[in-house]
Design a protein around this ligand. Sequence first.
Ligand SMILES: Nc1ncnc2c1ncn2[C@@H]1O[C@H](COP(=O)(O)OP(=O)(O)OP(=O)(O)O)[C@@H](O)[C@H]1O
Ligand SMILES: [Mg+2]
Length: 352
Amino acid sequence: MKLPFLSTEKLVIGLDIGSHAVKICELKRTDKAYTVVNLGSIILPEGAVEDGSLQDPETVGKAISELLTNLKIKHKKVAISISGYSVIVKKIHLEVMEEKQLEEYITAEAEQYIPFDIDDVYLDFQDLKTNTEGSNHTDVMLVAAKKEVIDEFLDMLQGLGLQPVVVDVDGFALENIYETNYPQNENVALVDIGASKMNINIITNGMSVVAKDIGIGSRQLTEQIADTFDITMEEAEKLKIGLIHVEEKQEQIAKIFTSTCSQWVLEIKKSIDLYHSNPANKHLSKVVLSGGGAKVAGLAEFLEKETNVPVEIINPFAKMLVNPKQIDMEYLNTVAPEMAIATGLAIRTSDI
Ligand SMILES: Nc1ncnc2c1ncn2[C@@H]1O[C@H](COP(=O)(O)OP(=O)(O)OP(=O)(O)O)[C@@H](O)[C@H]1O
Ligand SMILES: [Mg+2]
């Protein structure tokens, strides 16, 4: 979903600041399609970003600078996204109003819809224009984001000489990139599994009907591997992603994967059940996985078996052009799932 405060014109750099890594994507728009211009990521130290907020702005800033330098990105306008406890997204049902009147209403009445003090948040909204003929009510998407958390990101980025022009929400960026690449007439569950959180968003007719942020993710696997074998998180990470292979540890690692993935699958199933509990919701076509956690070996198959819904891993570049002389295709294919949000941000525009 695109928020209204930004209109057309130039594409911005997509900057996804996750708890495990910062991901960057730069695109170019031609008449026919997007072209991938630049792509990269850098791992952050443990704890630098937690619960969707910056714990160590200096370290994160340095990592972003390093990544921009490595990728030779000169462009200053960036789009970031937020998630977790610092942002509330709520759909409210209101009488149809003119834009100006709606703005006044939201400013005056937002407090009743969100659990934060109104002075502490940035507010945004979009009339989804769901009023059908004869109905004088419409759905309005209300977004409230904690100023304290947003300002910390903005200050850090401005300190690097960047110009943050878009602040999006992870779930919206994902929805946008999905809709850019895939047919829009299907009901799908978009599930992003990052290092420390899982975002579930079930979309029907381009509208989100179930949305959830859950504090579980692929770091759980790293922690359990580190605990089990009494090794560092760095070593555990390498074992987890298969960068190193120690035969006598594989059985235990497989057990850790199975028990943790069962927990993830259970959460996804709960959301699908919630979706189906509303008889108005039609058949769910598929589950689309993104984020680094989507790459856990065997997860997609396991989820498919448990839910009876086809599962696929997102390719945010499915309809985009890529010049193999500019972009390493093997790298692009490997990082595609965790690049989904950064790519969803890179299709945002700025006329500032
Ligand atoms: N092949 C793999 N198998 C299992 N896990 C993987 C694999 N590749 C990457 N990961 C994990 O994915 C996570 C990183 O994914 P991603 O970049 O989507 O997270 P993030 O955006 O930084 O985190 P979050 O969104 O939770 O803040 C790490 O925990 C990493 O270990
Ligand atoms: Mg993430």
